[in-house]
Design a protein around this ligand. Sequence first.
Ligand code: GLN
Length: 472
Amino acid sequence: MTAVEIAAAVRSGQRSARSVVDEYLGAIADGDDDIHAFNLVTAAQARARADEIDATVAAGRDPGPLAGVPVALKDNLCTRGVPTTCSSRILEGWAPPYDATVVEQLRNAGAVTVGKTNMDEFAMGSSTENSAFGPTRNPCDPSRVPGGSSGGSAAAVAAGFAPVALGSDTGGSIRQPAALCGVVGVKPTYGLVSRYGLVAFASSLDQIGPFTATVADSAAVLDVISGPDSRDSTSIGDAQPPVADTLGDGVDGLRVGVLSELSGDGISPDVAARLQAAVGALETAGARVAQASVPAAVYGLSAYYLISPAEASSNLARYDGVRYGLRVDAASTPDMNTATRSTGFGDEVKRRIMIGTYALSAGYYDAYYGKAQKVRTLIINDFASVWEQFDLLVSPTSPTTAFSLGERTADPMAMYMSDVCTVPVNLTGQAAMSVPYGVGDDGLPVGVQIMAPALGEAVMFRAAAVLEASLP
Ligand code: GLN
C-alpha cells in the first residue's frame, strides 16, 4: 500500500494503525539484518503511537493526513530522548532534548516514526560506506551501495521497511540514493522545509526532504513538512499552496530544457538512454522540449567541494568532548579536545574539516573560499537566465547506476563525481527531485532529475507525475 492509501484506510477505520505498524516492523525484523537500513528501530514507541492513533479514530477525532503511516528518519534528525548519532562515534551516548520541527509536523499529522536510518557520517559521502556502524546495502542488489549520504532512508523505502523516509540533501544526498535504489526523492527549495533539529553539515546548502515509492506520496509528505518556522531563520515566511492539489495537471505547454552540461560527458550510455526516454514521454504529454545550457554548472562540483567543507569545518567545531557525546580524557583540555576528535571522527569527516579549514585560512581564503563563492554567484546567474526560457530542466540524477561496495572508497575524487548532476541546485537553492525511470544495462534503477526554479515545486511534481504514469 502507498502512504496515501494507508492514511485513507486508517482514517476511515478500515485498517488499524497498529496492524500497519506491526506489518512494517515485521518486514524490518525479517529483512534488515541483510540491508542495515536502520541504526535503531523504535518498535515499542511506534506501537504505542499507533494505538494512540487508533484511539483517536475510535473517538471520532481527526487523526491527521498521514494517519498511521510509518516513517523512517535519517539519523541526523533530532528525536527527543532517542539517540541521534549522525552515524558517528563522536555522538556516542547523546540523545537530543528536543524534536526536529519535521518530526513534530509528521507526528501531528498522524505519522508513526519507526526508527533512525544509517547514513554517511555527518552526511559526508555518496555511498553510506562512511558510517561508523558499517555500510547499508542496496535492496535491489545487496552487493551494491544504496548511494548516500541518506542511503539508509532510501534503502528503507526500497526494501519495503517503511512507505516514507526523510533524508537531508546538501549536495545530492536525497536524490542520488533515491536514484540508485529506484525510489522518489525530493530536495525542496532552500527554506521551504524547516531545518530546526537537523544536525548541520553545510548550512547554506542543507535541506530536508522525503523518500517514497510514489510521486503522490512525496507530495503528501512535502505538504506536511513545508511551511514557515520561527525557529529556523532561513525558513521562508509564507506558506505555499499544497503540491498534492495540482499533481494531475499534466505538462501540456510547459517548456522543458535538457540541461546539456549535466547530460553529456561522463554520463553512462544506458543512463543517458533512459533520460531520452523520459524526455520523449514529456513531449508526448505536450511539453515543448529543447536543449538548455547553464555554462557555469560545470564548476558546480569544484565550488561545492570548497564551500561545503568550509561550512562543515565551522559547524563541526562544536564536537569538542565537552558539549556532546564522546569524551576521550587526557592531561589538558586541548589534549582532551584532540583525543576526542581524533577518536570520534572518521577519515572522510577529518578530510572535510582539513579541506575546509585550509580553504578558510588567512592567505588562502581569497583563492579558495572567496573564489568558490564567486563561482556560486555565476551559477545562480546562469540559472536565472535559463529560467526566462524554461519552466523545468531535466538531467540524469546520477551518472551511473549503483556501484559495488568498496569500488570507490579508496578514491575520494571518484566518490565525489557521483554528485556532479545534483550539486548545482544546492548551490542555487532551487527545487529538484529524482524520479525512477526504468533500469540500466545491469538491471539496476536509473533516476531522472527534474529541476525547477525556487518554489517551483508544484510544476516540478506535475512533471514527475507524468513521468511516473508513462512507465509501463
Ligand atoms: N555526497 C555529497 C557529499 O559527500 C553530498 C552529501 C549530502 O548531500 N549530504 O558531500
